[in-house]
Design a protein around this ligand. Sequence first.
Ligand SMILES: Cc1cc2nc3c(=O)[nH]c(=O)nc-3n(C[C@H](O)[C@H](O)[C@H](O)COP(=O)(O)O)c2cc1C
Length: 186
Amino acid sequence: MSQIINILGFAGSLRKGSYNRALLRTVLEIVPNNANLEVFELDDIPPFNQDLESSPPEKVKEFKTKIKAADAILIVTPEYNYSIPGVLKNAIDWASRPPGDNSFDGKPVAMMSASIGMLGGARAQYQLRQVFVTLNMYPLNKPEVFVTFANQKFDDKGNLLDEKTKELMGNLLENLVAWARRLKVT
Ligand SMILES: Cc1cc2nc3c(=O)[nH]c(=O)nc-3n(C[C@H](O)[C@H](O)[C@H](O)COP(=O)(O)O)c2cc1C
C-alpha cells in the first residue's frame, strides 16, 4: 500500500524549552517516507466551557477539523502530578464534544512521554490509555516510548542526543503507520 498516512501530533506542554515539544520536533526528522506529520500547537486553546461546546472558539474548530482529517494521532506529553497535564486534557475535552461529534472517534493513536524523572512519564501514559477508552480510540501497544531523565538527553537547542531513544521512536512510528493502515477502511 503506497498511500501516505497523515499523522497529527500535539504536545502536552506549552513550555518554550519543553522536552516533549522537542521530542515531537524530532519526530518530524524521522517520520517514515510513507507518512506525514503535522504538528498542532495547543497554545491559545481556552479553558473548556460546556456552554460553548456546540459553537467552540476558532482554534478548537481548527483542532477538530485537523483531527478528523488525520489517519492517526500522536500525543507527546509530560507527566504532571502522576497524571496528564491539564492543558492536554482540556484540549482533548474540547475535541471530544459535543455528543455525537467526538473528533477522535475510531482514530489510531500512539504516545510518547518525556520526563526529568526515572519513569519517563509512564503513569501519564497509562492514564491517557484510560481516556482513549471513552474516546473510542485505538492505541498502539508497542513499543512504549518513555524518555527518562530528559534533562540529560537533549542539548540546549532541544536536539535529542540519545540514539537509542531515536531508534525506539522510529519503531513506534513504523508501527503506528502499519496500525493506521490496518484500521483504515477506505
Ligand atoms: C506541575 C508539574 C508536575 C510535575 N509532576 C511530575 C510527575 O508527576 N512525574 C514526573 O516524572 N515529572 C513531573 N514533573 C516534572 C516534569 O517531568 C518536567 O517539568 C518536564 O520537563 C515537563 O515536561 P516539558 O519539558 O515537556 O515541559 C512535573 C512538573 C510540573 C510543572
